[in-house]
Design a protein around this ligand. Sequence first.
Ligand code: ADP
Ligand code: MG
Length: 654
Amino acid sequence: ETCSIILSPGAGRCRLSKVGAGRRPPPARVRVAVRLRPFVDGTAGPSDPPCVRGMDSCSLEIANWRNHQETLKYQFDAFYGERSTQQDIYAGSVQPILRHLLEGQNASVLAYGPTGAGKTHTMLGSPEQPGVIPRALMDLLQLTREEGAEGRPWALSVTMSYLEIYQEKVLDLLDPASGDLVIREDCRGNILIPGLTQKPITSFADFERHFLPASRNRTVGATRLNQRSSRSHAVLLVKVDQRERLAPFRQREGKLYLIDLAGSEDNRRTGNKGLRLKESGAINTSLFVLGKVVDALNQGLPRVPYRDSKLTRLLQDSLGGSAHSILIANIAPERCFYLDTVSALNFAARSKEVINRPFTNESLQLHVLAPVKLSQKELLGPSEVKRARAPEEEEIGSPEPTAAPASASQKLSPLQKLSSMDPAMLERLLNLDRLLGSQGSQGAPLLSTPRRERMVLMKTVEEKDLEIERLKMKQKELEAKVLAQEVADPKEKENCSPTMLRPLSHRTVTVAKPLKKAVVMPLQLIQEQAASPNTEIHILKNKGRKRKLESPDASEPEVRAEDCWELQISPELLAHGRQKILDLLNEGSARDLRSLQRIGPKKAQLIVGWRELHGPFSQVEDLELVEGITGKQMESFLKANILGLAAGQRCGPS
Ligand code: ADP
Ligand code: MG
């Protein structure tokens, strides 16, 4: 506020008109606040304890799914706990930036977070608990009335626009008939949307008259169009125009964006295809780019990728620059939100540190006792074993051991809970971490911790992740083989119970066997075996020969005929091939990718592009999601590459 701004209709670029300003100030940081909503609906009680809680007015902690000895502490510009009121958030984080509008600067308030975490409550609220939007409008109108009163040097007027960004289309909510609108930039760097409705408002009643029906339109659309409202960004734009009453009749304009963002949950996991896939892809793109923009601004990077999405393009003159922005990340305490909460926090966090203490037991009891599918437990067995085996060497001794009630809660850790819950969830967490790692953001897990051991631990954890993935692959392959075997071998089928349940139990046993073995084996043995190339090489070489040679594993019953070889050994090989392909897809350059069968320069480029936008592939089949690659092509690609890669890997130097 050292400089006054004149003749600056484009407040975002105040350098042209700053008085007494030397160099252009560095772009403003985006401030980040987190709001934890309370449990809703009264469904929660001791049976559904929170998995996240506040520590002080700027930080919170959340159970660390990777290590139950630790919690993760996140630091923000502000943290609002479950008892915070609408007024707290408004007065603490929004009201202070409004006055800048009258100085001709821009501002934006964005509510981020998964669907159901309280974005709309925060922005809009209810008649009993009005949120940021009505409060800001009230204050702004009041302020402009006072500042623009007769006899004051400036005349002020306020207009509003209301739009929606849905599937990267800009739609005017005050004129639903108009189609996709174009975002333009004028010569001064002001962003504008020609044709967007602008309604003058002089009172709050004016505002409601335009806003409420438009909001309702949006809600109707929501039920008709598959929860569209949680997939689109609702953008309210309030413009404050000022004209000087006397010469030199300067003008200035301040823009305020109040945005209820699309849900940040990962829609890609719902197995959706077609429209919904495209839809969620587009939403993720916008949010993904928003994350990059915020990151770039807050790290002072030279390039801010505003142009990479409609949302950020629209906000170009209102995020960074001389604009004042606040991102309110909304999170929910329920356990079912855990993943989305972690993801939202990582999106928003400026810093994160690991604290050596378990998330205390009140949140841990219940779910350990919940029935867990055997196969899932088995699946996670080895890594749990490893975790349990080596905590002394792997875990970092706490420098200032906290007096947390570790002994009681250790057994009932959130880690166990989380991991026993759903392998798909675990996979999402792994992907999330990998994504963060690949973005190289400052929020990269654990990297901010000073100790070197931390890195060692991370490496170990990564190895464990790979192990889990490998086991999962193995399970998939085994399942497929068993099913195929059953179809091909009706005699065997007769031996078994003909009920529908049978395939499942059979599968579980088959799958559990190797894993059980892994559980009781010493750690080194597991790793050696996994890494040993011998088993599969022998298979390749000896296919069709006597069984003796093929497997060093004496515990396998040698009762099956030759066709069983594949069943027992090949799946690993295949799984390995898949893993290799996946690694290449996720880490390979376009050139590396071209070394694969059936991938030319164009497809390689498409794959790299997809990865840039969506993060790593979680399975090779995701290749099908890449625009320009059909399911059929994906399959033939798999066939063409899987064995070659697997064999290549296994025959290589060990
Ligand atoms: P979102 O817009 O992120 O999908 P909502 O704002 O619709 O989430 O919130 C989901 C539910 O939780 C709503 O019923 C809302 O009233 C309630 N809720 C959200 N935040 C709070 C809060 N801070 N206090 C009380 N209820 C809340
Ligand atoms: Mg909402």
